[in-house]
Write a protein that binds this ligand. Sequence first.
Ligand code: MG
Length: 353
Amino acid sequence: MRITRFGVERTHVPLPEPFTVSLGVIDSADLAIVTLETDDGLVGYGEGSPTPFVTGETGESVLAALKLFEPLLLGADPFAIDAIHRGMDQILVRNGSAKAAVDLALHDLCAKAAGLPLYRYLGGASGSVEVDMTIGLGEPEAMAAAAAGLVAKGYRRIKVKAGADEARDVAAIRLIREAAPEAQLQVDANQGWDVATALRMLAVYADLGVVACEQPLPFWDLDGTAYLRRRSPVPIMVDEGCFTPQDASAIVRRQAADTVNIKLMKCGGIHRARQINTIAESAGVTCMIGCMLESRLAIAAGAHLAAATPNIVLADLDSFLDFDDSPLVASAFAFDPPWIHLPDAPGLGVELA
Ligand code: MG
């Protein structure tokens, strides 16, 4: 099997409501959809969703990166995934969203060639994944109302953004705890604190039974994160501080995290995600699969990976609910909150519109 055609289409989709985190405001999804065709008639789909303030990529840079990868891919064997990743890394370091677009399409092709849904191709047995839902920064009362609404819909785990304003974060989490007394609450500070602030906030969160705190400190402060974790009453999750398998190795050697948040758009897709997970699992560190502002295409890929990977114990795969991707994706998976049920069709099981 050889790749005979490489297509890229860029789609810009505004969000009905902007999503605010401590790093900035996201008001649209800027997606690059990759299509790989093979000489035996298979078609694989991938998606890149850049987040400039996290991955350093833009819609334009993803297109430029994919143009650079095209000669490597045309004529290549889609099963040679590790060689293709090494080739992409030689052409361009980082650029995880662009590499993820290629990687997802390769995995879609391989699983289709095997006649298996991707989660089974990756070794998984069940195609159902429970997801959480994230509440962005806003008025504390509105955030609590959103939490109550999520519990009513059946969600059991809620992720709450924080890190921009200490007093509002405390007010919000207290109201959310009242509105959702049974829910597992996870806080994501998106690098918004220093060590002293984090220790103050984590004491409040511990009192309210918060089960995890994601990326309390700047992404580069691994020593600070390790120091904080030794003193924190709440388990620490690293997100923006882990892009690569090498990052994961540094994190586990310094014992800086209880959990690593893997995102396909940070690490460059499923191949590197599995390497990160293996490093984490070997050190007793669990993983979450997270997402950027991804359509159901990339969300399906994350769900397949989670379904095949027992050490990925949490799935924060909710971005497809933030915008209408129907002009792009015709069908992907069944969603019965809080469960994603993957189809039995070969590959990602995604049909484009
Ligand atoms: Mg995060």
